[in-house]
Unconditional design. Structure first.
Length: 417
């Protein structure tokens, strides 16, 4: 709904910002802020915000992609500008958008056509859309029709915002975020197996926010049996994601909350192709789904095959899904040592979010098992590392791969074309 949030609190029509690069970054940051409002609601579409600025540097209107299948950010912003100022105001305006406008017919008409019809003469874009049907075509079409397009403003930030979308487009697999909570001495549970609670309330609330923004949450059998987690969104408002639990041997208790609560229809058990699940009958009757994948030569579930399956067709998401199943773009893994180790060993971790609590356990369960590292130079490292305080805990956000270089080459190619 373009009317909602058309002008955000604290910035009124007529407010003016500096010109030049500083103004470009200011408005692009505003695009990113607005785009985040669609988190959890637009997948598998990207998060996009759009801001329209007048020739005097004043904010005319803004919008964001709010729901999957709904109008895109550019359409919401243009509609808000037309309602508030009329068509003439757009004839000398600048449109800021964090992702290249689409140039193809999908669930909505091409945004490039909208820009041209509105007569907007200038466009500032954060990064190219890697989706094959777009990927520079939107920029070329606008330039061919005389629109002045500038690329690469806050490029890295724009790419990180839509990292799940980019990753899925390029690999066909969901972006995997591994979340752990450990003590200062690297333990995720005491020697007796107790792990409640390592991190503080603020950290746990943040995890619930993450759950509301991803397509699925995954745990291993050990975590499911030891903790009997709900994997629901409780401490914040937000959408309930799919819940996935690994059960290769079919040994999980039938009375787990994952199998008996009100969200069974959004729960998937992942097991081996020939495993018999004792609880399958009742689970199926309540709307649960069983997903079977092959085993590796070492007798473990093939996690890569699982991710590829989720990324290709995507299991149904329960009530409210539009047009049936959708691909899974983002997966939050709340793993114990076994699953965390397997994901690291198979190079399937894309982001590592680690809470470190101000506690020392001594003997206890380590965060990961043996990764085969003999020398420190062979240890796993992360890009774009940042630390932040969350309550009394420290949160490490680390990325296994950089996104800046790829996006830069894409933008440079679009500029040349």
């Amino acid at each position: 709904m373009a009317a909602e949030g058309a002008i955000a609190p604290g910035l009124h029509r007529g407010s003016v910002t500096p010109r030049g690069d500083e103004a470009h970054e200011h408005w692009m940051q505003r695009c990113l802020d607005r785009a985040r409002r669609g988190a959890g609601s637009v997948s598998p579409n990207p998060l996009v915000g759009a801001v329209i600025v007048g020739p005097d540097g004043s904010l005319l209107a803004e919008g964001w992609h709010e729901t999957y299948g709904g109008p895109h950010a550019e359409a919401n912003a243009v509609r808000a500008a037309l309602d508030a100022h009329g068509a003439d105001a757009l004839r000398d305006a600048t449109l800021y958008v964090n992702l290249e406008p689409c140039s193809h017919h999908g669930k909505t008409p091409p945004c490039t056509d909208l820009v041209l019809e509105a007569g907007i003469p200038r466009l500032v874009v954060g990064t190219i859309d890697p989706f094959p049907a777009v990927k520079g075509r939107g920029i070329r079409r606008l330039r061919e029709h005389g629109v002045d397009v500038e690329l690469g403003v806050l490029e890295n930030e724009c790419a990180r915002l839509n990292e799940a979308f980019f990753h899925h487009v390029c690999t066909g697999r969901p972006l995997v975020t591994l979340k752990v909570a450990q003590t200062v001495d690297g333990r995720v549970a005491t020697a007796s197996g107790d792990s409640r609670w390592i991190s503080g309330k603020s950290s746990r609330t943040l995890v619930h926010r993450w759950r509301s923004e991803v397509d699925g949450v995954l745990v291993g059998a050990g975590t499911a049996e030891a903790d009997d987690p709900r994997l629901t969104v409780r401490h914040v408002k937000g959408r309930q994601p799919m819940r996935l639990v690994l059960d290769r041997h079919g040994r999980l208790p039938a009375d787990l909350r994952l199998f008996t609560d009100d969200h069974v229809a959004q729960t998937i058990v992942v097991t081996a192709t020939d495993t018999q699940l004792p609880y399958a009958g009742g689970f199926d009757e309540r709307g649960g789904r069983v997903l079977r994948v092959a085993e590796t030569e070492t007798g473990h579930l093939n996690l890569r095959e699982l991710l590829e399956t989720l990324g290709q067709d995507g299991p149904a998401r329960g009530n409210g899904a539009i047009d049936g199943p959708r691909p899974v773009q983002s997966l939050l893994v709340e793993a114990g040592p076994g699953l965390a180790t397997a994901l690291f060993q198979q190079d399937l971790v894309d982001r590592y979010f680690c809470f470190i609590a101000p506690k020392v356990s001594g003997r206890g369960m380590p965060t990961t098992g043996d990764l085969g590292t003999k020398e420190m130079r062979d240890a796993l490292t992360f890009d774009d590392v940042c630390w932040e305080a969350v309550g009394n805990d420290m949160l490490l956000r680390g990325y296994r791969r950089s996104v800046g270089s790829n996006r830069q080459s894409e933008n440079e190619r679009a500029d040349r074309d």
